[in-house]
Design a protein around this ligand. Sequence first.
Ligand SMILES: Cc1cc2nc3c(=O)[nH]c(=O)nc-3n(C[C@H](O)[C@H](O)[C@H](O)COP(=O)(O)OP(=O)(O)OC[C@H]3O[C@@H](n4cnc5c(N)ncnc54)[C@H](O)[C@@H]3O)c2cc1C
Length: 398
Amino acid sequence: MVSRHSMAGKLKEQLFCDILICGAGLAGLSLVYRALKSGKWNDQQIILIDPSEKVENDRTWSFWKEEHLEFDELIFKSWDKLFVFSNNGERIPLNSGSYTYNSIRSLDFYRHVLAFLSLKSNVRFIKEEVIGLHSEPSVCIAKTARYHIQSSYAYNSIFKKPLVTTKHQYFLQHFKGVVIRSSELSMQLNDGYLMDYRTPQTHGTTFFYTLPLSAETCFVEYTLFSKSLLIAEAYDEAIKNYIRDVLKLSTYEVEDTEFGVIPMTDFVFPRYEGRIVNIGTIGGDTRGATGYTFTNVQKTISAILAAWTPGKLTFPLKPTMHWKHRLYDSILLNVLDGQEYAGHRLFCDLFRNTAAHHVFRFLDAETSLLGDMHIILSLRPLPFLRGLGKVVKAKLFG
Ligand SMILES: Cc1cc2nc3c(=O)[nH]c(=O)nc-3n(C[C@H](O)[C@H](O)[C@H](O)COP(=O)(O)OP(=O)(O)OC[C@H]3O[C@@H](n4cnc5c(N)ncnc54)[C@H](O)[C@@H]3O)c2cc1C
């Protein structure tokens, strides 16, 4: 990257580079790390822009996996016995086959990637906010308070809520998680409660996501799929009740908290805007039906790197998800919206009637039509037919 001229006053300093990474979170950092590890970007001048220092453990990424996945070395805990609990307390053991459920702490990821990047002389990290980004026919232009940056390509993961119309469903997956410590904890270390519906369903599909971390610590997350957030105290109240009434703990300490909101939508996020490639949630890597993103981000990056040709802008990326899976997500979101088939019943039917390894493969958009039938036949058909009707109507008439 070359600084052409730096001027006092209002003019911005001009920087030039080959590749600009806007947003250094999961997608931005995964991309630059994997591209440099593979040797593909060793001769590229790269600028990363993000106002965040990335020094906080702001989230934990969990995902199921069967085989080796990128960043496996950062997994701090895996679970191989998974359960779902229905609203009336039925315990549904999941047949996960050869899948495990795994977690990576974001701080471990940020430290690992940033330490690697700090050794690379062709990478510069600018800690500023991008206030403008656009593509011109032969370059991309980004602006920060201080810089005017010109690059050949840009990879953007800065999330902006899209302008959704009545054609689309836009649910929020909102959650508050706490790490608690208690000497009374009695969960088996390999057990993970993927969805524990033993909580009131007043605000939409609501469950706890409960993962033991050690003999005395446990991650407990109150999660909702709905169209609006709750007041802050409501999350704390629900967590307190669950710990007391379901986990049956009388004394515990809260060691850590996280709060998050993930879009669950059938809006199709554009992958490209001229020479800008959108990655991560803004690039459509978040699965509409679940909010899971980690695995899709890695798949997208694999496709970007496989197609990488120096000096040539290629548009090779097929959508991470086939239209068929996007349609399924759209129908599911319409079913949840219709409230005829409550989310807690729907997800319990799914996991009661289908082996979880089929569900995981389906959610990873890796099933054939035959595989999809396992899923479809495990659910009540009428609400889904009505959901399909709503999708068709929305697409045709808006
Ligand atoms: C608390 C939480 C927990 C999650 N847990 C899981 C999980 O368990 N499994 C899973 O698969 N998914 C999970 N997700 C969803 C998803 O994986 C994450 O949101 C993931 O971090 C998305 O990656 P991303 O790169 O798109 O966005 P981010 O990782 O959020 O990165 C975007 C980056 O852009 C930066 N930025 C924002 N505005 C600007 C600007 N103007 N200029 C420059 N930079 C900017 C931000 O500082 C950030 O670093 C979770 C999300 C949250 C919020």
